[in-house]
Design a protein around this ligand. Structure first.
Ligand SMILES: C[S@@+](CC[C@H](N)C(=O)[O-])C[C@H]1O[C@@H](n2cnc3c(N)ncnc32)[C@H](O)[C@@H]1O
Length: 355
């Protein structure tokens, strides 16, 4: 199969389509692609009503919620046939909510032992590849990294499509070499058609500035339109809890010093203190993190976000049950993928990839 990656791979570029002529793209983009795609997919769904997927590095299931939303919008059923996460607390939360216990360390799972599936989902940790000596392909170049595990599973199982997520910095990591290696492996070595884009949760109706790269791939050629018409928007005021336990409030001294140093233009606002101690505030949160969010973000300069608020900032439904400590729940929420961002991408992409 021919590799399909353009050499001028710029995920921030507004024009990042490589297949189909410019004219075809203009005609296509003048229609509501989401509706077209749904109709096309629903016709195909008569042939294929169920999409089997695997949820790698599943965390607390942000990708899974997104997939379920996309499947529901497309009128198909989805079935998760395998999930994996090494973190026992994340696995506990996942099991409590999806009633399936994820397998642990993916590096210990033989690819042949994974059931057949159509779609691979993975928000994988970003790691440098230590490339040494003669490179004999991804098995030498990426071994020991978690991308290697994604690649070996794709190679063995040949699913129709995948959606990968990572931090925006993946594109500049190790001078861009990490990202170029990933794209080359997916296209040239594994033969997938690939596209990617850096997206921001703020553009998907969530009051959180969180930029993530989404990498989509399919066995067949496709042309993705990355412009989304997002109608459902949630304000910060809407998702803040009304009754908040005292334990979430900062000490009087902290509140006093913050308020002496900063005056917010809006309320509610999330006050953000950077490493040098300078404070800014916005009617949205800056990116939640797995570790530090607890201390560096304060609602109106007074209190930390609750775990539920953090989950809402990632687009998780309130049905999501929190069964771990506040510390673990915050870490899990900080690690998650913004659900609507992934859902919009999948709703658009799956019809292009799975027919
Ligand atoms: C960025 S988070 C993904 C979060 C997920 N997308 C969500 O919405 O919750 C990466 C996850 O990879 C998991 N992980 C790291 N190393 C792993 C390994 N060797 N095997 C399985 N999971 C691993 C971490 O525990 C973490 O939950």
């Amino acid at each position: 199969m021919s590799a399909a990656l353009s050499k001028s791979c710029d995920p921030d570029s507004a024009v990042f389509c490589r297949w189909g002529s410019h004219a075809a793209e203009m005609i296509r983009s003048s229609f509501d692609v989401r509706i077209d795609s749904m109709e096309q997919f629903n016709q195909g769904a008569e042939k294929k009503k169920e999409v089997r997927f695997i949820d790698l590095f599943c965390g607390i299931g942000g990708f899974r919620y997104a997939a379920m939303d996309a499947f529901a919008a497309l009128g198909v059923t989805g079935r998760c046939v395998f999930s994996s996460d090494i973190d026992k607390f994340a696995a506990k939360s996942y099991e409590a909510n999806f009633h399936e216990a994820p397998v642990g360390d993916i590096t210990k799972v033989r690819e042949g032992d994974i059931p057949d599936f159509d779609l691979l989902l993975a928000g994988f940790p970003c790691q440098a590849f230590s490339i040494c000596g003669l490179q004999k392909g991804f098995e030498d170049e990426t071994r020991g990294t978690l991308f290697f595990d994604i690649a070996r599973i794709l190679k063995e199982k040949r699913p129709a499509a995948f959606v990968l997520e990572n931090v925006k910095n993946l594109t500049s990591h190790d001078g861009g070499r990490t990202f170029q290696t990933i794209l080359r492996v997916l296209t040239e070595e594994l033969g997938y058609f690939v596209d990617c884009r850096v997206l921001n949760a703020l553009d998907f109706g969530l009051p959180q500035k969180r930029e993530r790269i989404l990498i989509i791939g399919a066995k067949k050629a496709f042309s993705m339109d990355w412009a989304f018409d997002v109608r459902e928007k949630r304000s910060l005021a809407e998702l803040l809890e009304k009754q908040v336990d005292r334990k979430h409030y900062a000490s009087e001294e902290i509140v006093k010093s913050r308020k002496a140093a900063h005056t917010a233009k809006t309320s509610p606002a999330i006050w953000h203190e950077n490493k040098s101690g300078s404070i800014s505030s916005y009617p949205y949160s800056c990116a939640l993190r797995a570790k530090a969010s607890y201390n560096y973000l304060l609602v109106d300069g007074e209190r930390r976000l609750t775990p539920r608020e953090m989950l809402r900032l990632q687009g998780f439904p309130d049905e999501f049950q929190i069964t771990v400590s506040d510390t673990q729940a915050r870490k899990q929420a900080g690690n998650a993928i913004p659900v609507p961002m992934a859902a919009y991408v999948m709703e658009r992409f799956l019809p292009l990839a799975l027919l």
